[in-house]
Structure formats: C-alpha cells, structure tokens
Design a protein around this ligand. Sequence first.
Ligand code: NAP
Length: 514
Amino acid sequence: MLSRRNKMGNKIEPCLIIIFGATGDLTNRKLLPAFYKLEFENLLHKDSKIIAFARKEKSNEQFRKEALKAINTFSKFKVDNKVWKKLENKIFYHQSEFQDIKGFNRLKELIKKICTKTTSCNKVFYLSAPPGFFGPIISNLKKSGLTASSGWSRVVFEKPFGHDLKSAKKLNESIKKVFKEKQIYRIDHYVGKELVQNLLVLRFANSIFEPIWNKKYIDHVQITVAEDIGVETRGNYYEKSGALRDIIQNHMLQLVALTAMEPPVTLDAEDIREEKVKVLRSIRPLTTKDIGKMTVRGQYGSGVVNDKKVKAYHDEDKVSKKSNTETFAALKLNIDNSRWSDVPFYLRTGKRLKERVAEITIVFKQNSGILFNEHVKNIEPNMLIVRIQPEEGISLQFSAKVPGKKMIIDNVRMDFCHECKFGPNTPDAYERLLYDIMIGDQTLFTSWEMVEHSWKIVDKIAKAWKKGKVASYAAGSWGPKNADALIEKDKRKWYAPQKTIYSTFLQNNGNKIQ
Ligand SMILES: NC(=O)c1ccc[n+]([C@@H]2O[C@H](COP(=O)([O-])OP(=O)(O)OC[C@H]3O[C@@H](n4cnc5c(N)ncnc54)[C@H](OP(=O)(O)O)[C@@H]3O)[C@@H](O)[C@H]2O)c1
C-alpha cells in the first residue's frame, strides 16, 4: 500500500501529467491501469489532471472511452464505476505531432485553461513516445516556454535511453539544456517491481543475511530474466536492439547493482544511486578475448513453447530473414571489490525460452564438513532465490533428512509467497513509479551515471558481437548449448526455476480482483 506522503514526509501535490504517446501500447497496458489504481487508492490528487498527447484526431470523449476499454482489458482490478467517473473527469485529449511547435503552443493554451490556482500548474512531462522523438519533444517544450511556466516541472523517459553510450550522451546533453538532473526521471520499470525493492530490505533489514552476503560464503550469483513470448509486434524495434540492449543494459545491470551494492548511508535517492553506480564501476572491463569466453548469444529457431508450435525469429513480422540479432544473451561478470572478488555473476536472458520467469539465485558455498560426505551425492548447495516474477517470493533451499531408517538427504525449500501473505493488492511497478514521480522521489529511477556506466559495459560486447554469427536455439529450450558451457566450464550449472508450493494457490486466484 502506498501512502499520501513520501519518506521525507512530503504530501502528494496536485499536478498535470502530460503523456506524450498516449494512444500507444505502453499507455494502454500500463499507465492507464496504474492511474486507475492510484485513483482507487485516493492517491491521485483531486486537482491533478492527465493530458493525453498523440497524433490522431479525437475528442476528449472518444479518448476517455478508449481509456476505459484499456483499463477494463489490462487492469487486474474490476473497474468500479464511481472511481472511473472521478478519473474520467481528469482526462483530456490533445492532438498534435511531436514535431509541430504550433501543437505545443496550443498545449500551452490548454494548460493555461486547465490549471487553476489549486493545481499550481505543476507539470510531469511523460515521454511514452518512440525514442527517436525524445529530442524533438524536449526541444519543443523549451521553445514553447512550457518548461519555464509556473509550478515545478519533471520529465520522464521510457527506456531505451540511447542506443549506445554516444547516443545516450547526446540525448542527455540535449535534455540537460532544458532540465536539471533533479527533474529527470529515467524509467526502468523492473526497479519498480515489489520484489526488486524488497532486495534492500532482505539484505539490510535482516541480521541473518548481511553477515553472509560476501565472498566468504557465496559461491556465485545467477540472474535469469526469461520470457516465453517472442518478439510479437515489436520486430522493428528489436532488430536494432537485441537482448543485450533491451534487457541487460538496463534491467539486468540494475539487478546486479541491487544485489551487490554496499549499504547506503541513508535511504535517500542519492545515497542509494551512488552505491549502485559503484558496483557498475567495479565490474571488471571485458577485453575482446574475454568477450569470446565470457559471453554467449543466440537467436530462437522454431520450436514448441507452452505446447504450441512457434516460428523462428527470422520468420517473425518486420524481422530480416538474414537477421543476426540476438534474442538470447548470457554473460559472466566479475566484480572487483573486497566483497565480491572471485564471486562470478552469471546473467542470462532471452525470448521464447522454456518459461516466463525472473529470479536472482544466490548460491552459497557448499559445506565441506565430512560428516555427511557419503550421503551428499545429489545434494545441491544452499540457495536463496528471489523470485521477481511471475510468482513473487523468496525461497531458501537447504538440505534435510528424508524420513526413514536410512540416512538419505534431499534438497528442500522454505518458501515465502508474497501474495499469500500480503494479498493481491501489491502495486504494479508503474503504479509505484507514477506515484514516486508525483511525490518527487527519484530513488527508483536511473541516474545518468548508471546509464553511462551500463552503456560502457554493453558497448564493448555489442562491438565484439558485430563480427561472427549468432548461434541458434530451439524455441522452448533454455537457450543455446554454449550458454550451458559458459557456466559448466567453471564446474557450475544453471539452476532451472522450480515450481513453488504456492503456484497452485496463485493459479486458482487469477480472476479479476473486486
Ligand atoms: N510497449 C511496451 O511494452 C514498452 C515497454 C518498455 C518501454 N517502452 C517504451 O515506451 C515508449 C512507448 O512505447 P509504445 O509501445 O507505447 O509505442 P507505440 O505503441 O508505438 O505508441 C506510440 C505513441 O506515440 C504516438 N506518436 C507516434 N509518432 C507520433 C508523432 N509524430 N506525433 C505525435 N504522436 C506520435 C502514437 O500516436 P498515434 O497513435 O496517434 O499515432 C502513439 O500514441 C517507447 O519509448 C518504448 O521504447 C514500451
């Protein structure tokens, strides 16, 4: 449950949220359901308004109708008419091209009309637009004088922030001419996920974990972000991006940083962001030779996923038949600091894998005690598994005696099921992120330093991967064979995600929440 005050005690203030790209997929699937939930929770200030900016001609009424349809389709909550009526009256539609300064001048006029003394004209400019338009939108915001008008202004960028370090720097410099870092919110929605936020609590609020969270006790860390879906309608975008830029540069390096960071001085945004950047700076730079040995890429061929036959990546819509884009990436990273030296972090992500799952597995060193040596053949090491999706939770794996007269030891898990304990009302990542933008808390947003260092890591790999050909893997598998070799040559293995005891509980509760 979110509250009407941030951790500094500031109250939520009224503001105008201008969504650039308001008829797009992201607005429909994520932003509108999140606004509905915030309204439901009474966390959208009564004087706040939403201005939907997009290219097609339509009236306020038409947009509101479409917005309701999107909320009905994508929200996990059954729409309450009273709540919708309150939200509906806050939504306005504004038609314009992103490149058209006249449209921005008209937007300024509309804002003048809408914002009364109570809203104080505070503004959130939310760029849910194709990234190629970030520059023109920022430039038109400045030209029209919208950024200089009364009230505070904040600007929100969806990922990707640049295509490489050079383009990210160029974009950042153009933004910096108009906004200060304090006003810039770069979204990585993964960081808004409840279990990702829980990582800091798990590590720093529990006396049992922090003392063993280091090279003395941890053997290695593995992070998996697997999707069972293919590229769907996003072939155009994905051809230029690939798994490395789409997932590793942002979500996965964020997960590495949160898993590996030192305790921050305070819970303030700056202190947390500073510690996260230090982790990226401590990642050992990969040489061209390392990239050959420590990275793997693959592209899905045809196969069977969830009992359905699916086509190969190069047969997907808007994808080149000769595409060399990776839909799978795996890497081994070393963090050269006193906590993590000699503890490798193995990362893997891909599309059309066996199942949809995101989890961080902390694998502890195996007990060298000789007492049970003759019984430990199939015993896995102790593991702490943070399940980010789909069934949020944390599991601790350890060894236990199988009942009976013989001494047989098996692997068992203690599971914490987030939804079983806290119910289904956990805020969606976007709900949390929108709320934080409105209260001015940048903790969960990516700082420029983080963007810069993550591109430095990724650019080197991307450059080396330009040469050579991507390996193929069967859709429905766990990726190419050499991803197994990457970890097996260190005498380790990937641990396949396991069904937890609460899977059935959650499956039975998949209906809309009243
Ligand atoms: N979709 C996702 O799941 C997802 C996930 C993570 C990040 N993102 C990021 O979120 C952003 C939006 O993605 P999306 O999938 O929502 O894109 P989308 O479905 O292609 O929607 C694009 C939006 O921009 C508008 N638009 C395009 N060109 C325009 C122009 N010249 N002038 C005015 N409006 C224009 C479109 O309006 P019309 O409909 O009127 O043409 C539409 O509202 C992108 O930066 C993307 O990388 C998306």
